[in-house]
Ligand binder design. Structure first.
Ligand SMILES: *[C@@H]1O[C@H](CO)[C@@H](O)[C@H](O)[C@H]1NC(C)=O
Ligand SMILES: *[C@@H]1O[C@H](CO)[C@@H](O)[C@H](O)[C@H]1NC(C)=O
Ligand SMILES: *[C@@H]1O[C@H](CO)[C@@H](O)[C@H](O)[C@H]1NC(C)=O
Length: 456
């Protein structure tokens, strides 16, 4: 019997090895994120898909006549349209990717992420407060996401030990949560900055619900994660091209930090809509303070509150919502599902620079035109120089510049009026949907494809 079992187990081993190799070959090569040769890099944020069980899963908050024919398939369709319209270099899925009523978590993840994988675009995901509520525990959901095709998601990177330079047994601090990691976006292939990160991306796990009996509500970015960020930002600053200037960075997480409420105090610095309360944790764990002190993060991107899509500046940092993508999730009738895009550019008027020059954002709506709305500049490397081009203090404004300015102001008085009027109309909280803008402001160097076509 033993002699018959032996060749059989060899055969099984061979099949197993062949199977593994075949799987390995199907995996995409480790992806290095880079600015393209034009000097741009584009990120699409997909927030709150709440994917359930595909065609069987119903939709919410739509006009009655379209509700009947709607399912998770429409969420997939919208993601496909977004990818076709924007052709992003990276997709970031900011949690509540699958819903609590998914009957098989891995199948729902497979289906929900399929359009991104089909488009062969690298992606990074984090978890919301619902992803673990179907058939898999939180850790397993995150691990599964790290193993899917084209995924750059990680459970933890770097580890606290590697940041503190100690061996594991000497580091009592565990980084809380699953899905705390970072990615770097390098300069164009073959260029001087081909080995230099020009944009850093942080991903953090904001957990689910408070684990402390004296605190209700949602969980928060814990002290261990704030420390992890501080150590990582300091390490990245050490490797920045100019060690005193942090490389511009963006941070993605699911639950908004309490400053998403504070930013509303100055409505002139906010663009977009607020249709519901900011559902932050009930305590402030100081992540924003850490961001201010490190100075690298120029924008943060949350999901969670599906019908808030605003982006506002607080003390030099933009706090932005993605707006909701999922049709199975709650939304608002007459307010199309939407997604936020971020574009970073190395371009100056003449050349491609060796540092990020500008970061801009806009949103895409799932309407018939895939409308692009609310363009906004999040960061400009030369912002200070813009003050009438007078960089050196005490320089006298040249008469020519004065004449030019007067001419521009005269010629532009009507457009100035329109701008002011538009600003008034776009105040946060105005319940009116009338803010379609097709173009990024002229002062932006970020190139925008002229086609705004419906790829449906
Ligand atoms: C959902 O998809 C179906 C089939 O493609 C389509 O007929 C319907 O209009 C879509 N509904 C919404 C709300 O987009
Ligand atoms: C869940 O779906 C996966 C496919 O992603 C399948 O392989 C697995 O058998 C399913 N599990 C159950 C319990 O049905
Ligand atoms: C980047 O690293 C590679 C491999 O070490 C090296 O061959 C190349 O010259 C480096 N490029 C630059 C611009 O430093």
């Amino acid at each position: 019997m033993a002699s018959a079992g032996c060749p059989l187990s060899y055969l099984l081993l061979l099949v197993a090895v062949w199977g593994r190799n075949r799987l390995a070959a199907a995996q995409p090569a480790a992806t290095t994120l880079r600015f393209n040769s034009e000097g741009t890099f584009k990120i699409l944020q997909i927030a709150d898909m709440h994917y359930g069980n595909g065609a069987k899963t119903s939709c919410r908050d739509l006009e009655a006549k379209v509700l009947r024919t709607c399912s998770d398939r429409n969420t997939t369709l919208f993601v496909q349209r977004l990818l076709a319209a924007e052709k992003p270099d990276l997709v970031v899925l900011t949690g509540d990717n699958i819903d609590f009523d998914a009957s098989n978590a891995t199948r729902s993840m497979d289906e929900a992420f399929q359009p991104v994988i089909d488009a062969k675009i690298p992606w990074a995901a984090i978890l919301g407060n619902h992803d673990h509520e179907s058939s898999l525990p939180r850790e397993d959901v995150m691990k599964y996401l790290t193993k899917m095709d084209y995924s750059l998601s990680q459970v933890l990177n770097p580890s606290m030990e590697s940041l503190l330079g100690q061996d594991a047994s000497q580091t009592p601090i565990q980084v809380n949560g699953v899905g705390n990691y970072y990615l770097q976006v390098f300069g164009p292939a073959g260029s001087d900055t081909g080995n230099t990160s020009l944009l850093n991306l942080y991903f953090l796990d904001t957990g689910e619900y408070s684990k402390f009996s004296r605190v209700g509500g949602y969980d928060w970015i814990r002290a261990s994660q704030v420390l992890w960020y501080q150590l990582l930002a300091a390490k990245l600053l050490g490797s920045a091209p100019e060690a005193s200037t942090p490389t511009p960075a963006l941070a993605y997480f699911h639950i908004p930090i309490p400053e998403y409420e504070s930013v509303l105090k100055d409505e002139s610095k906010v663009l977009g809509d607020k249709h519901e309360a900011v559902l932050s944790p009930l305590i402030n764990s100081g992540f924003f303070t850490a961001l201010l002190q490190a100075g690298d993060v120029r924008g943060t991107f949350a999901g969670h509150d599906h019908t808030n899509d605003y982006c506002g500046e607080l003390m030099g940092i933009h706090l932005c919502y993605g707006g909701g993508v999922g049709y199975h999730a709650y939304g608002k009738v007459g307010w199309p599902r939407r997604a936020r895009v971020v574009g970073a550019s190395l371009r100056t008027n003449k050349a491609i620079a060796k540092t990020t020059q500008e970061i801009v954002t806009w949103k895409r709506l799932d309407d018939s035109k895939m409308s692009r709305i609310d363009p906004q500049i999040l960061y400009n490397a030369n912002a200070r120089r813009w003050t009438f081009g007078m960089k050196s203090a005490g320089a006298v404004m040249s008469p020519l510049l004065l004449i030019l300015l007067t001419l521009v102001i005269t010629a532009c008085s009507s457009c100035l009026f329109n701008t002011l009027y538009a600003k008034y109309r776009r105040k946060v909280g105005i319940d009116e949907y009338s803010r379609v803008t097709e173009d990024i402001p002229l002062e932006s160097n970020y190139p925008i494809d002229s086609d705004n076509s419906d790829d449906d």
